[in-house]
Design a protein around this ligand. Structure first.
Ligand SMILES: [Zn+2]
Ligand SMILES: [Zn+2]
Length: 351
């Protein structure tokens, strides 16, 4: 099999030929049909995250040692099954839920494998979709495509579940009754708007520093769009919402956007942070109890949430994200373009 691997952090991915694995036990071998390129791949490729205050978290601290085959938005065709793999058959086209845990720890046992302390995420700790074949440990992680093409379905494995998971942390009790603030109108922000609408949400005001992205958000149905960089962005967001803002979802995750989100929400509101831009904030502690707000991090979603998301997609209520079709051998160019902000929609590669 062929893959494109991170061998040295920050250096071009290197093509590699190795024996195609044969599945054991419950494992299933997929032939890759589509592999989405995610912004978080850039962090793995770079090798570090900005923790603020000049501190860095390296991906080696996350236990990632090269060579690494990235790619966690994988759709493939079942081409081989281990002797104990049941529930899928040869030729089935499936989306791989990549957020796989150890299966033994408390988080895994309560169904939140994405929070496992010893994760086996495809495209992170385990080889992923920047390859022509991917091994999946169990058929339960293989989901139907919800009527979409492989390239359209692939982004739901991360971009889709990340936005869906963030809305789940906000909770229906809030988003069906109150407007929310969505910070960042890139692919995730637009996905969040689409899912919010499909779930019967009250609506969202979007904050972004880029006027073109604000236009895109309004076209996608945002009830307002404000400049996240404006000095009075909080006041503008609250005015555009025309009702107390129940929650803010921050797809950027920078110091300034965190402050905007936390300041904009109403009493009892939630600030849910998803983006990994980096930085830090200072919180006035008495205001946490007085405003009874929740500050919560959200990381992708559970297998059950992925099933729920694909069931929602299958209803046809979620418009597919625009896809920029690429070949796997263009992986380095795609990463460079993503880093430079030149990709529109989601880049999805095919071997
Ligand atoms: Zn991702
Ligand atoms: Zn676990």
């Amino acid at each position: 099999m062929k893959s494109y691997d991170v061998v040295d952090f920050g250096a071009p991915l290197r093509p590699s030929e190795k024996p195609t694995p044969s599945p054991h036990g419950t494992e299933v071998l997929l032939r890759t049909l589509a592999a989405g390129v995610c912004h978080s791949d850039l962090h793995i490729w770079d090798g570090w995250y900005d923790l603020g205050g000049g501190k860095k978290l390296t991906v080696k601290d996350r236990g990632l040692v090269p060579p690494l085959t990235m790619g966690h938005e994988i759709v493939g065709e079942v081409v081989a099954l281990g002797p104990e793999a049941t529930g899928v058959k040869l030729g089935d086209k499936r989306l791989a839920h990549p957020w796989i845990g150890c299966g033994d720890c408390a988080a895994c046992r309560r169904g939140e494998e994405q929070l496992c302390a010893s994760p086996r995420f495809l495209g992170v700790q385990k080889p992923g979709g920047y390859a022509d074949h991917v091994l999946v440990p169990h058929p339960r992680y293989l989901l139907e495509l919800g009527g979409l093409s492989p390239a359209q379905a692939a982004p739901f494995a991360c971009s889709g579940i990340t936005a869906f998971g963030a809305l789940k942390r906000v909770g229906e009790a809030i988003f069906k009754e109150q407007p929310i603030l969505v910070i960042g109108a890139g692919g995730l922000g637009l996905m969040c708007l689409a899912l919010l609408k499909a779930l019967g949400g009250k609506g969202a005001v979007v904050a972004d520093i880029d006027p073109r992205k604000r236009e895109a958000a309004l076209a996608a149905g945002a009830i307002g769009a404000i400049d996240a960089g404006a000095a009075d962005a909080v006041r503008q967001a609250q005015a555009a919402a025309r009702a107390p803002i129940g929650a803010a979802i921050d797809f950027v995750g920078a110091s300034a956007t965190a402050k905007l989100g936390i300041d904009a929400i109403a009493k009892g509101g939630k600030y849910v942070i998803v983006g990994l831009f980096g930085g830090d904030i200072t919180l006035s502690l008495p205001l946490l109890p007085m405003r009874a707000i929740t500050v919560q991090g959200s990381y992708v979603g559970s297998l059950a949430e992925m099933r729920e998301l694909l069931a929602l997609v299958a209803t046809g209520k979620v418009p597919p994200v625009p896809v920029d079709h690429r070949r796997l051998d263009q992986a380095n160019a795609v990463l460079e373009e993503l880093k430079a902000g030149r990709i529109i929609g989601r880049a999805v590669m095919t071997p």
